[in-house]
Design a protein around this ligand. Sequence first.
Ligand code: XMP
Length: 322
Amino acid sequence: DWKMKDYANEFIESVRKQVGDGHVIGAVSGGVDSTVAAVLMNRAIGDRFHAVLVDNGCLRLNESTKVLKRLREDCGINLNCVNAEDLFLGKLAGVTEPETKRKIIGGTFIDIFQEEANKIIASSGACDFLLQGTLYPDVIESISYKGPSATIKTHHNVGGLPASMKLKLIEPLRELFKDEVRELGVALGIDEASVWRHPFPGPGLAIRILGEVAPDRVKILQEADDILIQELWKANVYRDIAQAFAVLLPVKSVGVMGDGRTYENVCSIRCVTTTDFMTAEFYRMPYELMESISNRIINEVRGINRVCYDISSKPPATVEWE
Ligand code: XMP
């Protein structure tokens, strides 16, 4: 794709001029936007780009290991993973209110990121620039959205850093829509699975565990989520869906296994189609696929004995349950 290759080359040249022999920091999540931005920056300035991955304990199953392998080993990016699971989960203990969860995760993330920037300044002498994977729709929409009278959700993502950090922003994807970022990713030779990944919210599984985010509940949800995603790829429908995830409800129900009684958690599956996430429809999932997902989750995940499928549209429901 010549258009995208030209776009990449132009960015690489202009950023080399802008940064000179300076250093750039950027948070990565493993999602398509931050991956494409990081690969571009790595091609422009190599190890003077410092990528930071924060494991907040609410990522998908083995996610930080997988992202490290993809970005560090496969793409050669200078990536540091901060293992902050205990810090985040400690602060989330006992918290049930969705916006409070978002604030705790967003605030802790900023503290960690600031510390990482300070370390780079200490070892390299300077770190003046911040890479952000902002897309065109992010530029025109605000980061939290409001109903007529109240804020509905504050979307804390890897953006939103404090002005006190005084970093100069570099935003290579600022003029692009999501499908163009994917095209650019393909042109850069990034693997299929990364390019087609569904978006994942900054607060991660914390807003998909309704009620308290206890570590054992994170583990249960990670396993259910992983089975769901595997089955969607296997059925060749992952790309037909805009976002797919499991939600762990704070509800127990009775079941029967062998000749014993079970009393375990309920899990809801949420799969939506949408173009812009402002409105969304539930994905019309074939019954056979529902059945294989449900059977696998109930048989393989200890702690779940019932699976439901969410058939709400947005509005009036939102995509995430919190
Ligand atoms: P809602 O639930 O608002 O979701 O209909 C729309 C899209 O936004 C994502 N989302 C978030 N992303 N931080 C994020 O980075 C957040 O706090 C957050 N809340 C929702 C959601 O996953 C969906 O893609």
